[in-house]
Design a protein around this ligand. Sequence first.
Ligand code: SF4
Ligand code: SF4
Length: 282
Amino acid sequence: MRIAVASGKGGTGKTTVAVAIAMAATEPVMYADCDVEEPNGSIFLKPEVYEIKKVLVDVPVIDEEKCTSCGKCARFCQFNALVSLGTPPLVFPELCHSCGGCAIVCPADAISWKGNSIGEISLGKADGGRVSVVQGKLDVGGVLAPPVIRQVKSHIPHDGLSVIDCPPGTSCPVIESIGEADYVLLVTEPTPFGLHDLKLAVETVRELGMPFAVVINRFDEGDLGVEDYCGEENILIMVKIPHRRAMAETYSRGGTLLDGIPEMREIFKDIPRIIERGIEEK
Ligand code: SF4
Ligand code: SF4
C-alpha cells in the first residue's frame, strides 16, 4: 500500500509524519522522498546510501549545417528554451521541458537530442535495512521537478508498504507525487493559514478522487477551525499530534517524532492498518 503524505504548505510537519509512519512500522517499508526541492527525510532516517544516479532529460541540439534559421522551433517553444534571431537558435537547457515539439516542427531535420542533468536520485537503507530510502534532489536552480519525482516513483515497489513524502502545495509536483498512491494523509496545523491551505489541498485530492484523511500537528497550540471544518466536511482526522518541548529539542538534534514523543509509536504503527481497513470497507 502506498501512503502519500502531503500538505497545503511547507513547515506543517509533513516529513515528521512520513518518517514516523516508516519508523513505527514493523514490516519492511519504502520511504520515497518526492519533496525534491528540499528533501530532508534522510536527515532523520540517516540511510546508508549505496547508489546515486543522475536524472537526465533530453534537450535539443541544433545542427547548424542543416538549420536554415527559419525560427519555427523558437516560435513553437512555449517555455522560451529556444531563441532564434534570424540565426540558428540558442538553446537554454534549464528551461526545456523535453516535450519534443521543436524537432517535430523543424522542416530541416536539424534537431537531435542530448541528456541534460536536472537532479539526482539516491538509494539507501535505514533502520538496519528494514527501511528502503529513495530520495530525489533537484539540481540548484532546476525547475523541472516532475521528471525527478517520476524517477523516485519508479523505485517504489508495487507490493508492501510505501510512504511517499510529497512536496508542499497543490501544484504539478504534488499531483505527480500523489498520483498512483492508495491513500493521502494531509498534514496541517490548527491555524487560519493551516486551514486555508488545507482547504486547497482537500479540493485537490477530491478532484483526483483519492481517499484521504487529515493529520493535525501541534493540535493543542491553535484554534478549533481545522477540527470544525473536518467535522462539517465529514473528513476523518487520523491523528492529532501534541506540541511538546521535548519534540522540538529532539527534532533539532535530528531525532524523530517517535524519539520525542515515544507514546505515539503505537498510534503511528496502526495507521497503515486503519487505512487498509477503510479502503477495504469502501
Ligand atoms: S523540447 Fe519542447 S520545451 Fe524543449 S526546447 Fe523543444 S519545444 Fe521547447
Ligand atoms: S526549426 Fe529547424 S531549421 Fe528552423 S531554426 Fe529551428 S532548428 Fe533551424
